[in-house]
Design a protein around this ligand. Sequence first.
Ligand SMILES: Cc1ncc(C[n+]2csc(CCOP(=O)(O)OP(=O)(O)O)c2C)c(N)n1
Ligand SMILES: [Mg+2]
Length: 294
Amino acid sequence: MVENMELLAPGHRACPGCGTAIATRLILKATGKDVIVVTSTGCLETFTSPYGQSAWEVPWIHSLFENGAAVASGVKEALKAKGNNHTKVVVISGDGGSFDIGFGAISGMFERGHDITYICYDNEAYMNTGVQRSSSTPYAATTTTTPAGVASYGKLEPKKDMPSIALAHGIQYVATASICYPQDLIRKVKKAISINGPKYIQVHVPCCIGWGFDPSETIEVGRLAVETGLVPIYSIEKGKPMEVRKVSDRKPVEAYLKKQNRFKHLFKGEEYKEVVAQLQKICDDNFEYFGLAK
Ligand SMILES: Cc1ncc(C[n+]2csc(CCOP(=O)(O)OP(=O)(O)O)c2C)c(N)n1
Ligand SMILES: [Mg+2]
């Protein structure tokens, strides 16, 4: 069975507790071996391919930070030219490479209708280069380029809604997932690769270094993101009703925020009560919009 395969070799250089390594291991269980993976510059590329070594048990290519979707399009065209219509092309790239610098290349790939599954591992900042903010970084999180201090309380802008932007291209399948629900993630990747055309999956991956929590708590932190409603888990297949992962044990947003150093400035006094209330409002709105309550 494909799920028993381990196609990300052990011994790679990810940090202990790395959510991205867990996501990649699960994604490859869903793709099996008949795949070519493209990864743009970022933590995943770095920790799986130190010079002269590779943790990839499948064909893999490293693109520039900005052009994962364009390189994948070229790979797809090359396969077509060779008469290969079975090998799947899958991009696994960070939020910086997807939401920000690679955004135009993704939009072009969606618009051209290439048969590619684009998976963004979303650790909500540029982790590989030292935790700079991306357009995926949540509101009020401190990063090295949005430092909380006397002049600011972290990132002032909300997280970009990439799944909605992907959907606006009219593509067949868009999904969010979390490493904390492995069967759901594997099922969604299998579904995506079974559909012809461009697909987008966004996987929430906690990062203990960038978010500031103990490596033993990766799964707990990731679950709290979902249970508070801050990260809704859903999928949309064209022509079908939205599928939503319901939350049975709803938690207040503080339960998630207080676990992480990137939000700890919000709890130093009463000053940022209103900011926490705004984050709670994002969760409340998600509960209502996606119908998250069980
Ligand atoms: C054109 C260009 N600008 C900047 C960089 C430096 N750089 C390498 S990886 C990276 C951030 C990657 O962020 P993300 O895609 O979120 O992946 P993560 O590191 O979080 O895994 C940056 C800024 C680069 N390689 N190329
Ligand atoms: Mg990132």
